[in-house]
Design a binder for this molecule. Structure first.
Ligand code: PEP
Ligand code: MG
Length: 593
C-alpha cells in the first residue's frame, strides 16, 4: 500500500501511531416524510422522548467529563443543556411537526439547516465555531429518535480517531487518555472544542485535513504528528522508525516539563521570580497556567481585531477580557491596548499604507488619533477589572505627553462608568511599554505617571540597532547581547527598581535561557513569554544563583561587542551552572509574533 502524507493544522502537540477508528456520522435526512393528522400526537411524543433521552445523556456526559477533566471542561455541557431547554428551539421543532405534518427527523433537519445559515453569516470565528454546539445538540436528539438506538459503545482498544467532525459531546465521550492515541479531523481549527479538549488531555491532534475520512479506511495504520501538523497514512517501516524516535524524544522532554511546572519559581539562592504568559487568545489561559505561568504578562489585544472582519463592539472586548481575567484569577492579567500598524494592519479600517510603517502611525499613536475606538477598548478593560486582577498596558509610547493624554482619556472613561453606575477596579494599574529608546531613556520620568513598565525587547532592539525585526537580510545584525541593548535595558530595570515600581520583560529575550539570566542579573523578576517556553526558562533560572548572575552581568558591561559578551556568558554560566544548557527544546518551535 502506498504511503500518503497530508498536511493539516497541528492543534495538540506530540506524536501518535496506531490503527484508524472511523465512527459513523449522523446525517440529517433531506427527505420530508409526511404523516397523517392522527399521527401528529405520537410524533410529538416521540420528539419529547428523544429530548428527554438527550437530556439524560448530557447530564451523564457532563458528570463524566467533570470527573475526568474538571469543572471547566464540563461547562460546555451546561450550555448544551440550556440549548436543549430553549423554548424557542423546542417550540420550533413542534411547530414543524404540527404545521407541516412532518416527521421529527425533518423538523430537526430543517432546524439544523436554519442554524447553519444563521451562523454562516456571522463573521466572528469564535461564534462560527459555536455553531457546532447547536448542531451537536440537534444531532444527539436526532440519534435519540430511534427507539432502539444504537448504544454508543466506547471503543475497547487503542486507536487513532478519524472523523469528519467531532461534536463537543462526542469529543468528550470518545476521547480517552488511555484509548485515544490521536485525533484527526476533516474540519476544525485551533479554537475548536476538539482542539481544546485534545490539548487538555494531551492527545496529539491534527485538524482541518478536508477529506481525510475519504482517504483512510477503518483499521489502516497512521501516524499523527500534532507538533508539525502532519498525518501519514500507511507509512513504511523506515518512516515508522523515524517517527518513533521523534515520539520518544518528545515524550522525554514532556516528562521533564511536567516536573518543572509544579516547582517553585526561585533561583538556587532562593530569589523568587515570576514566569508569565504572552497570549493572543482567551483559550490559551488554562494551558499557560498548566505550563507554570503565574499570570498573563501580555495579552496582545490586536488579535481581537485581526480575527474578524467587522470592528469588535464593547461587549466583544468585554467578553474576551472577562474570560481571561476569570481564567487567570487570582493571578494578574496585563491587557495591552491595540498595537496596530507596522506589520499588523487592520482590515476593518482601511488604514493608509505608510512608506515606513515601523516608524508610522502605530499603537498608542493610532489610539490617540482614533479616540472613540480607544475609549471603547478602555471601557471594556475597566469593566472586566472587577476581580481586581487586571492591569492596562500602553504600547509604543515615545514621550511623556502621550502618557498624559492617555491618562486624561482613561480618567474620563472612568468618570463615565461611575456616572452609569458600572463597577470597575478603582485602583487598576496603568503601565507603559518601553520599546523605543526614547521611552527607555525617560523611564524615570515615565514612572512618575504610571504604575509599572514592560520592556518589549522585540521592538526595543529593532529601534536601538536600526534593524528590522522581521527582515531576514539584516537579521545577522539583530543582537540582544549588543552592549548598547544591554546597557539600556539595565538602566530601565534599575530605574524601575529605584522607583519601587514593577518592571516586566515581555519580549523574546525573556524566553531565551542565557538572556533571561542576564535580565535576572540586572534585577528583573517578572519574565513574560510564549507559554511553551516557560518550563525551560523556569529550569534555567532555577539552576543559577542570582548573586552569581549579578556578578557575571557586571563583567559583561565592560566588554565591547555582542560576540564577546555572548562568549563570556556561555563560558561563565557553563562553568558555574552547566545545568542551564540542559534545558532542552520547547514543545513547539518558531519565534513569537
Ligand atoms: C515587543 O516589542 O517586545 C513586544 C512584546 O511587543 P510585540 O512583539 O507585540 O510588538
Ligand atoms: Mg512591540
Amino acid at each position: 500500500m502506498d504511503m500518503t502524507r497530508l498536511r493539516g493544522i497541528g492543534v495538540s502537540p506530540g506524536i501518535a501511531m496506531g490503527e484508524v477508528l472511523l465512527p459513523k456520522r449522523v446525517v440529517f435526512t433531506s427527505r420530508k416524510e409526511i404523516i397523517a393528522d392522527n399521527q401528529v400526537p405520537d410524533e410529538l411524543k416521540r420528539l419529547r422522548q428523544a429530548l428527554d433521552r438527550t437530556r439524560e445523556d448530557l447530564v451523564r456526559i457532563k458528570e463524566g467529563v467533570r470527573e475526568k477533566m474538571g469543572p471547566d471542561s464540563s461547562l460546555i455541557f451546561e450550555a448544551h443543556l440550556l440549548i436543549l431547554e430553549d423554548p424557542a428551539l423546542v417550540g420550533g421543532l413542534e411547530d414543524v411537526i404540527r404545521d407541516e405534518k412532518a416527521r421529527a427527523e425533518w423538523a430537526l433537519s430543517k432546524a439544523n439547516t436554519r442554524f447553519e445559515q444563521l451562523f454562516e453569516a456571522l463573521t466572528d470565528d469564535y461564534f462560527r465555531q459555536r455553531r457546532s454546539d447547536v448542531s451537536d445538540v440537534l444531532k444527539r436528539v436526532y440519534r435519540n429518535l430511534e427507539a432502539r438506538r444504537e448504544k454508543e459503545r466506547a471503543p475497547q482498544k487503542q486507536h487513532i480517531l478519524v472523523a469528519h467532525e467531532l461534536l463537543p459531546s462526542e469529543a468528550a465521550l470518545r476521547l480517552s487518555r488511555e484509548l485515544t492515541l490521536g485525533v484527526v479531523l476533516d474540519v476544525g481549527g485551533q479554537t475548536s472544542h476538539t482542539a481544546i479538549l485534545a490539548r487538555s488531555l494531551a492527545i496529539p491532534a491534527v485538524l482541518g485535513l478536508r477529506d481525510i475520512t475519504r482517504q483512510v479506511r477503518e483499521g489502516e495504520f497512521v501516524i499523527v504528528d500534532g507538533t508539525d501538523g502532519e498525518v501519514i497514512i500507511n507509512p513504511p517501516p523506515a518512516v515508522r522508525r523515524e517517527f518513533q524516535a521523534k515520539k520518544e524524544k518528545y515524550e522525554t522532554y514532556g516528562r521533564e516539563l511536567q516536573k518543572t511546572a509544579k516547582l517553585r519559581s526561585q533561583t538556587l539562592d532562593r530569589v523568587r521570580f515570576f514566569p508569565q504568559a504572552n497570549i493572543e487568545l482567551p483559550e490559551e489561559v488554562a494551558p499557560a497556567l498548566a505550563m507554570g505561568a503565574e499570570g498573563v504578562g501580555l495579552f496582545r489585544s490586536e488579535f481581537i481585531y485581526l480575527r474578524r472582519e467587522s470592528l469588535p463592539s464593547e461587549e466583544d472586548h468585554f467578553e474576551i477580557y472577562s474570560r481571561i481575567a476569570r481564567g487567570a484569577h487570582p493571578r494578574p492579567v496585563t491587557i495591552r491596548t491595540l498595537d496596530i500598524g507596522g506589520e499588523k494592519s487592520l482590515p476593518q479600517l482601511n488604514i493608509e499604507k505608510e512608506p515606513n510603517p515601523a516608524l508610522g502611525l502605530r499603537a498608542v499613536r493610532f489610539s490617540l488619533r482614533n479616540v472613540e475606538l480607544f475609549r471603547v477598548q478602555l471601557r471594556a478593560i475597566l469593566r472586566a477589572s472587577v476581580r481586581k486582577n487586571v492591569r492596562v498596558l500602553i504600547p509604543m509610547v515615545t514621550e511623556v505627553d502621550e502618557v498624559v493624554d492617555v491618562k486624561d482619556i482613561f480618567e474620563d472613561v472612568k468618570k463615565e462608568l461611575r456616572r452609569k453606575g458600572e463597577a470597575f477596579d478603582e485602583r487598576i494599574p496603568l503601565g507603559v511599554m518601553i520599546e523605543v529608546p526614547a521611552a527607555a531613556a525617560l523611564t524615570e520620568i515615565m514612572l512618575r505617571e504610571v504604575d509599572f513598565v514592560s520592556i518589549g525587547t522585540n521592538d526595543l532592539i529593532q529601534y536601538i540597532l536600526a534593524v528590522d525585526r522581521s527582515n531576514e537580510f539584516v537579521s545577522y545584525l539583530y543582537k540582544p547581547f549588543h552592549p548598547a541593548v544591554l546597557r539600556l535595558i539595565r538602566s530601565v530595570i534599575q530605574a524601575a527598581r529605584k522607583a519601587d515600581k514593577d518592571v516586566v520583560v515581555c519580549g523574546e529575550m525573556a524566553a531565551d535561557p542565557l538572556q533571561a539570566i542576564v535580565l535576572l542579573g540586572f534585577g528583573l523578576r517578572t519574565f513574560s513569554m510564549n507559554p511553551i517556553f516557560i518550563p525551560r526558562i523556569k529550569k534555567a533560572l532555577r539552576s543559577v544563583e542570582c548573586r552569581t548572575a549579578e556578578k557575571i552581568v557586571e563583567e559583561t558591561l565592560k566588554l565591547r561587542s555582542a560576540q564577546q559578551i555572548e562568549e563570556y556568558l556561555i563560558e561563565e554560566v557553563l562553568l558555574r551552572h552547566p545545568q542551564v544548557f540542559l534545558t532542552g527544546q520547547p514543545v513547539a518551535n518558531g519565534p513569537q509574533k
